[in-house]
Write a protein that binds this ligand. Structure first.
Ligand code: ADP
Ligand code: TRP
Length: 331
């Protein structure tokens, strides 16, 4: 069976853009029966921007809760935290030695940071090597990611090829990035791409009050209440994601008829959103009261992932000429 693997950085609270752009695909892969699935929180990656420690931990647990609430099932997917598998960082060193500086210097995300005058640290520079390890250590076949990760996937393949060539082995499998560009970009409350970094998000697990506030802040034009309105607007773009086709048509007709304000439409969006995520919201609340269960899930996931990682790294050590004695004690 093919192996599907992906990670999300623990750098903030997940929003409906992340849900429709990523998590939903993870759940679909898991339930398709076609893949063996590995999903993890990339907490080491989030350290590259030096966030407050309490925030990193809180975001990490929150993402796991979000995933479980949205339908990732520990019986079907291996769910774990990157930093629980020390072999990821161990392999990063080995692979950084076959990675040409130029490959990393060409990284868009690194160049963007420099362009923004952010003083780059070595972690930021090496970010793609760690990501390559996350993927290669499990012999992953496909990696579902957003468009912005396309170059990181190319770098991953380049690093795998470099290693294989350098040591004349076929050791690392070349993974395919499953770029989700057929997934429409979910717009934020200001109409731009929804993103944690733009402060324009709608968070499916926010309190009902906060969710209402976010939805009521969606930017609209100033067409007066009584006049007909363009049915293609920021509200309907989001409504499409969460309402049935009939409901979408009904909303469209109301916009065209006039005497229907954007405020009314936002209320309909709020209730559709609460309905769509209702079950997940309840599940998340129950899970949050049962952190022991969540920690068990992570422990089990970590164990399964680590068993694979330990073996792969021991083999890599042997290939490059390290003695690898320690591995023998684990057998
Ligand atoms: P953010 O832009 O909020 O920081 P990330 O870059 O951490 O989000 O993205 C995590 C995943 O969610 C990626 O696979 C990305 O493609 C997807 N994603 C993020 N924002 C959107 C959006 N507005 N529409 C669709 N997918 C998105
Ligand atoms: N760089 C990815 C992002 O920002 C997160 C990530 C880290 C990842 N390691 C990965 C994604 C391995 C897929 C596979 O979204």
């Amino acid at each position: 069976m093919k192996r599907s693997l992906s990670g999300i950085q623990s750098s903030g609270v997940l929003h409906i853009g992340n849900y429709f752009g990523a998590i939903k695909q993870f759940v679909d892969h898991q339930n398709s029966g076609e893949y063996e699935c590995f999903y993890f929180v990339a907490d080491y990656h989030s350290l590259t921007t030096l966030p407050p420690p309490a925030e990193v931990r809180e975001n990490t647990y929150n993402i796991i809760l979000d995933w479980l609430a949205c339908g990732l099932d520990p019986e079907k997917s291996v769910i774990y935290i990157q930093s629980d598998i020390p072999e990821h960082t161990e392999l990063t060193w080995i692979l950084s030695c076959v990675t040409p500086m130029g490959l990393l210097e060409r990284s868009h995300s690194y160049k963007d940071k420099i362009a923004k005058n952010i003083l780059p640290n070595a972690g930021l520079f090496n970010y793609p090597v760690l990501m390559a390890c996350d993927i290669l250590i499990y012999d992953s076949d496909v990696v579902p990611v957003g468009k912005d990760q396309k170059q990181h996937m190319e770098i991953t393949r380049d690093i795998a090829m470099k290693f294989n060539q350098q040591y004349n082995v076929e050791f690392f499998k070349l993974p395919e990035g499953l770029i989700l560009d057929d997934v429409a970009v979910v717009p934020g409350i200001d109409g731009q791409k929804m993103s944690k970094s733009y402060g324009n998000t709608i968070n499916m697990f926010a309190s009902a009050k906060e969710l209402k506030k976010q939805i009521m802040s969606i930017v609209t034009d100033s067409t007066p209440l009584e006049e007909p309105k363009n049915p293609e607007n920021n509200i309907s773009a989001l409504y499409k994601l969460v309402a049935s086709v009939e409901k979408q048509k009904a909303l469209r007709d109301k916009f065209l008829a006039g005497n229907f304000g954007y405020g009314d439409a936002k209320k309909e969006l709020l209730s559709a959103m609460l309905e769509y995520f209702g079950e997940a919201r309840e599940k998340r609340e129950a899970l949050a009261r049962n952190m022991d269960y969540v920690r068990d899930v992570l422990r089990e996931g970590g164990k399964k992932a680590r068993a694979i990682a330990v073996k792969k790294v021991a083999e890599a050590k042997e290939i490059v000429g390290l003695t690898g004695n320690m591995y023998k004690y684990f057998e």
